[in-house]
Design a binder for this molecule. Sequence first.
Ligand code: HPA
Length: 247
Amino acid sequence: MAKLAIIGGSGLASLAALKITRQQVQHTPYGEPSGVLTYGVYADKEIIFMPRHGNPHVLPPHKINYRANIWALKENGITNIIGVNAVGGITEQMLPGSLVIPNQIIDYTWSRDHTFFDDGLSEVTHIDFTHPYNEELRQALLVAADSAGLDVLSSATYGATQGPRLESAAEIRRLKNDGCDIVGMTGMPEASLAKELEIRYASISIVANWGAGITEEALTMEAINAMLTKALGKVHTLLGAAIPSLG
Ligand code: HPA
């Protein structure tokens, strides 16, 4: 049976609608996850919630122990993960306030522990990453959005940057030339680590702002957080509609 975890991103350190049943400390061979695993019931299904940046939000994107997070979820029998990610919009349709279910990813991150196939291998392993996001999970999210009457963008290429700073205007132009529609700091290596452990993974990306240099407006954390808070209602509606068919 599918077991679902939600990894909450910026603006989603907890799930108000989750009826918490227990919390579990999970140590891993890769160190400590972002926090305890919170088991609970959401839309009548048992799920695990994990805040990617910790709760309170203290871990910047490049300090998150992605390997420990994914390993801990696997240890707890998780087969499906929905990651919630804050992003900047790059191409025209990616309006701030929108929700996007990306279908491709380009990794610009560096020096993050990004693989389980590292030391002490009996053979070198290269996973297939042609389709970084699980198509069935993506479709389940899109069907749920439709049934809930939510307008959700159904495909995008996610450019994963190192952070924690935002990008320069030239970096955003380069990402656009490369084919990125959205930019965020937490999409990788989360997606590939899940794939290495054969966990189905999809992302709900919340567009919090226009990428640097796209408009004249200065990028401020206040404006980004205000937009995330505004869009969070839609994320809860989408999760509430999707989880019954996923958990
Ligand atoms: N760039 C990178 N990550 C982000 C952004 C952005 O503009 N907005 C929210 N997360």
